[in-house]
Design a protein around this ligand. Sequence first.
Ligand SMILES: NC(=O)c1ccc[n+]([C@@H]2O[C@H](COP(=O)([O-])OP(=O)(O)OC[C@H]3O[C@@H](n4cnc5c(N)ncnc54)[C@H](O)[C@@H]3O)[C@@H](O)[C@H]2O)c1
Length: 347
Amino acid sequence: MEVKAGIIGAGIGRVHLEGYQAAGAEVVALCDANESRARETAEKYGVRKVYTDYKEMLKDVEINTISVCTPNSMHAPMSIDALEAGRHVICEKPLSVNAAEAQQIVDAAARSDKKFMVAFCYRFREDAQLMKKFVEGGELGRVYYAKTAWLRRRGIPGFGGWFTTKELSGGGPLIDLGVHMLDLTLWLMGNPKAVSVSGSAYAEFGPYGRGAGGYGRDKNLEGKYDVEDLAIGLIKLENGAALHLEASWATNIEKDDGHSTLMGTEGGACLNFAEGGFKLHKEMYGHQVDVLPIVKAGSGHKEEMAHFVECIREDKEPTATGEQGLEIMRILDALYESAATGREVVL
Ligand SMILES: NC(=O)c1ccc[n+]([C@@H]2O[C@H](COP(=O)([O-])OP(=O)(O)OC[C@H]3O[C@@H](n4cnc5c(N)ncnc54)[C@H](O)[C@@H]3O)[C@@H](O)[C@H]2O)c1
């Protein structure tokens, strides 16, 4: 089946647009509540139709595939409506604002015979793909500990807008950045299920109008800020392994940091998220050895969209599934609950 896409949301939606076009798929329409933004983007990329109401776009019979690229609280209603209207759907991360809504999306996808994928782009980076091969090939042995972080020194996105309004975003850096690192790390580990979560969350910058960075649009330092700006958690997994996660939009560190580090019985590997690439740490012939694979740095966006298009064209199942997106939401819900109650949450 040839892909004829409609995109809802012209922020990261532009990256979806480029990805579809690079994969040779047609983007028929772009929908954004902000009409001038939609028109300007459509014109730039040669997209024929513009909508401001996604429900109107879903009536367009020319479109068979929908990208949901809107604020987090809209992921569930838009994905469900698109699936029920018989369209293939790729939904941006996080799958939703909480596990209950994510479950509704997964249920709608199960009722549908169309493809559904969560846009976990970083899995599709060349370094991540190769590191996964090393793990699956047994180079690390049994992975029993992982730690991952995405920490920004000053980088609150879209201050005062949807990102920092819990009702629209579901949370702060944990649900925005932590979701990516948690997905990437769990995927590298073979997606073991979580059994318990313990976490803490803090809001030490945003509520005081501090910590804004160059991310997101429509900044308003007087606007609402009711989410965390740093969160950390310890997640225990069914296979006995443990995973430590950190995410911040603002905190006092030397520089921004991003990594996914696995420690196994036969080796360790650390993916340097910001710079790209990873290093493997092993013992060989009685010596400590570091191996540096030569890989290209990249965001994985283009490869992610190529994979989604290929799944539709060739009737294959997308590798970033709704169930995996739901499991991540369960962990994030538990981490927020643990932060609020001060206790470990058993899943
Ligand atoms: N995978 C990634 O690397 C990545 C990067 C950035 C954002 N995201 C995700 O993408 C989503 C959007 O984030 P963003 O940074 O593009 O935000 P954004 O604010 O830049 O863009 C969102 C767009 O949605 C539009 N919109 C809002 N309500 C709408 C509605 N009801 N109908 C149609 N359009 C509507 C807005 O006008 C805006 O243009 C979020 O879920 C975010 O987590 C993912």
